[in-house]
Ligand binder design. Structure first.
Ligand code: AMP
Ligand code: ZN
Length: 437
C-alpha cells in the first residue's frame, strides 16, 4: 500500500474549508438533537442558544458550555439518553475502577459510525484482509475490546478476540495462527515480552508485524523500545469511551502523530485554568464534541487529557489534523513537596535508559511533613546477571537523570525482571500512600 491509499478518500483528504463546512453542518444538527435532552435544553438556553439557528459559524461552538465528567456521573445511568431505550443497541462505560462510571448509549447508527472510523484507522496503518489480528484488550464494558473488534472485521482482517490476560496462551495463539497485528496496552506489551523469554517461544516463530498501542499514556522512548525489542511497528491509538472509544485519533503509516477524524469530532485545545482556546502547537486540555452522536449527544466534553495539535500537515495526504502524544491528564498531576509532576515525565527519563527493563512504579510516601518519591524500576534481564558495581552505577544514573528533569530528589529502587505488579489492561503506575493514616 502507498501512503496515499485511503479507506474513504473523499472524506480523509477533504480540504480544510469543506471539512470545516461539514463540521458546522453536523454541529448544527447535533445541537438541535441535544436540545431535545433534559440535560442540554436548559444549559443551551441559558447560554443563549435556542436552536441551531444560533450556531452560525464554527466559532459559535465557543458559546456552548463545557460538559464535564462530573456532569456525566450525575446523569448516571440514563440522564443523557436522547432516544427511546428501544433504539439503544449497546451500552459502554468508562473503565475507571472507582466511583460512578460514565455511561454511553449507542444506537445502531452510532455503532456504524464508530466501526467505520476504526476501519479507517486500521486501513491508515496499512493493515487489511491479509492480516491476522489478535485483540488483547479487555472485552466487556471497556471499549477497547468490541470497538477494535468490529472495525477490524469491517476491513476484513481475521480477528482473534482473545481479550486480556493468560499471557502464555496468547503467545501460543500468536504462534499457531500467525498473528500479524496486536491491539494491546503498552505496559502489557512489555510484559508479554518477558513471558515470551521464559516460555520457550522464539520471536522468529511469530509473524508479528505491528501493534496498536493505546488506552494509557506512554512515551516516545517506550514506543521505540517496544519496536526495537519486538521488531515491529507501533502505532499510537487514542480514544475515550465518551467519544465512542478507540478510533478517535490514530497514527497513519507515517507514525508521527494521530489523525483526529475531524468529520466526526470537533476538537478544541484549551488552557485548563483560563478555559481559553489555544492555537495549534500549544499544549492544553482536549475538548471534544461528537458531531454525529444519536443516543448520547456530548457537546464540548472536557476530557482532562493533555496534548497539542501538530502545526504541519502530514505527508500521507490526509487533511485531518494530528494530535501529539497525550502527555498526561489534568487529574493525574502529582504535587510532590509543592512541585507539579506528571507521571509521564518520570517515564520519559527512565525508558530512555537501555538497561531499564519492562516495568516501573511510582510510590509516594510521607515522612513527617515531607513527601517522598520512590521510583521502583525493573532492570533488564541482561543487567540482572551483571555485577553489583554496574547495578549501583545504574541506580545513580537513574537518580541523577530524574533529579535533573523533575527537580526533586527521588529514591530509586531497582527490582529484578518480572517482580513488579503486572497489569493486563491499563497499568496503575502510581501508588500514593500519603493520605493513609
Ligand atoms: P476509557 O474511557 O476508559 O477508555 O479511557 C479513556 C482514557 O484513556 C483517555 O481519556 C486517556 O486518558 C487514556 N488514553 C486512551 N488512549 C490513550 C493514548 N493513546 N495515550 C494516552 N492516553 C490514552
Ligand atoms: Zn498521516
Amino acid at each position: 500500500m502507498s501512503s496515499h491509499d485511503f479507506w474513504d478518500k473523499d472524506v480523509e483528504s477533504l480540504d480544510r474549508k469543506p471539512l470545516q463546512a461539514l463540521q458546522l453542518q453536523r454541529l448544527r444538527q447535533v445541537v438541535d438533537h441535544a436540545m431535545r435532552t433534559r440535560f442540554y435544553e436548559p444549559r443551551l438556553k441559558k447560554a443563549g442558544i435556542f436552536s441551531s439557528a444560533d450556531i452560525r459559524t464554527l466559532d459559535d461552538i465557543q458559546k456552548i458550555p463545557f460538559t464535564t465528567k462530573d456532569d456525566l456521573r450525575e446523569c448516571y445511568p440514563n440522564g443523557l439518553l436522547s432516544v427511546p431505550m428501544n433504539r439503544v443497541v449497546r451500552i459502554h462505560t468508562s473503565s475507571g475502577t472507582t466511583g460512578i462510571p460514565t455511561v454511553i448509549h449507542h444506537t445502531q447508527q452510532d455503532l456504524d459510525v464508530w466501526t467505520n472510523l476504526v476501519a479507517r484507522s486500521i486501513h491508515a496503518t496499512g493493515s487489511g484482509k491479509n492480516d491476522i489480528f489478535q485483540n488483547m484488550m479487555t472485552y466487556g464494558m471497556f471499549t477497547g475490546g468490541l470497538g477494535l473488534h468490529y472495525g477490524a472485521e469491517r476491513v476484513g482482517m481475521t480477528v482473534i478476540p482473545m481479550g486480556g490476560g493468560n499471557t502464555k496462551r496468547q503467545l501460543q495463539i500468536m504462534k499457531d495462527f500467525g498473528t500479524t497485528v496486536l491491539h494491546i496496552t503498552p505496559s502489557y506489551m512489555l510484559h508479554v515480552l518477558s513471558v515470551m523469554e521464559e516460555s520457550g517461544i522464539l520471536r522468529e516463530e511469530l509473524g508479528l508485524k505491528k501493534a496498536y498501542l493505546g488506552a494509557e499514556p506512554y512515551s516516545e522512548d517506550t514506543r521505540r523500545k517496544i519496536e526495537r525489542l519486538w521488531q515491529i511497528d507501533v502505532y499510537n491509538s487514542y480514544g475515550l469511551s465518551e467519544m465512542n472509544g478507540p478510533g478517535v485519533a490514530f497514527e497513519c503509516i507515517e507514525k508521527s502523530g494521530m489523525h483526529v477524524w475531524e468529520d466526526v469530532y470537533h476538537v478544541d485545545v484549551i488552557d485548563p485554568e483560563t478555559q481559553r482556546s489555544l492555537p495549534d502547537g500549544t499544549e492544553g486540555e482536549l475538548v471534544f464534541t461528537n458531531l454525529l452522536r444519536e443516543a448520547t449527544p456530548l457537546l464540548r466534553y472536557r476530557t482532562r487529557d493533555i496534548a497539542s495539535f501538530l502545526p504541519t500537515p502530514c505527508a500521507c495526504g490526509r487533511s485531518h489534523r494530528r494530535l501529539s502524544r497525550i502527555t498526561g491528564r489534568t487529574d493525574d498531576m502529582l504535587i510532590i513537596n509543592g512541585v507539579n509532576i506528571y507521571p509521564s515525565q518520570i517515564e520519559n527519563v527512565i525508558m530512555r535508559i537501555p538497561e531499564v527493563g519492562n516495568n516501573y512504579q511510582i510510590h509516594l510516601e510521607k515522612t513527617g511533613a515531607l513527601d517522598r518519591l520512590i521510583v521502583k524500576v525493573e532492570i533488564s534481564s541482561a543487567m540482572f546477571i551483571g555485577d553489583l558495581k554496574q547495578i549501583d552505577n545504574l541506580k545513580e544514573l537513574i537518580k541523577d537523570n530524574l533529579k535533573a528533569s523533575i527537580i526533586i530528589n527521588p529514591s530509586v529502587e531497582l527490582h529484578e525482571p518480572g517482580s513488579l505488579p503486572v497489569f493486563e489492561g491499563k497499568a496503575k503506575r502510581v501508588v500514593d500512600n500519603r493520605t493513609r493514616i
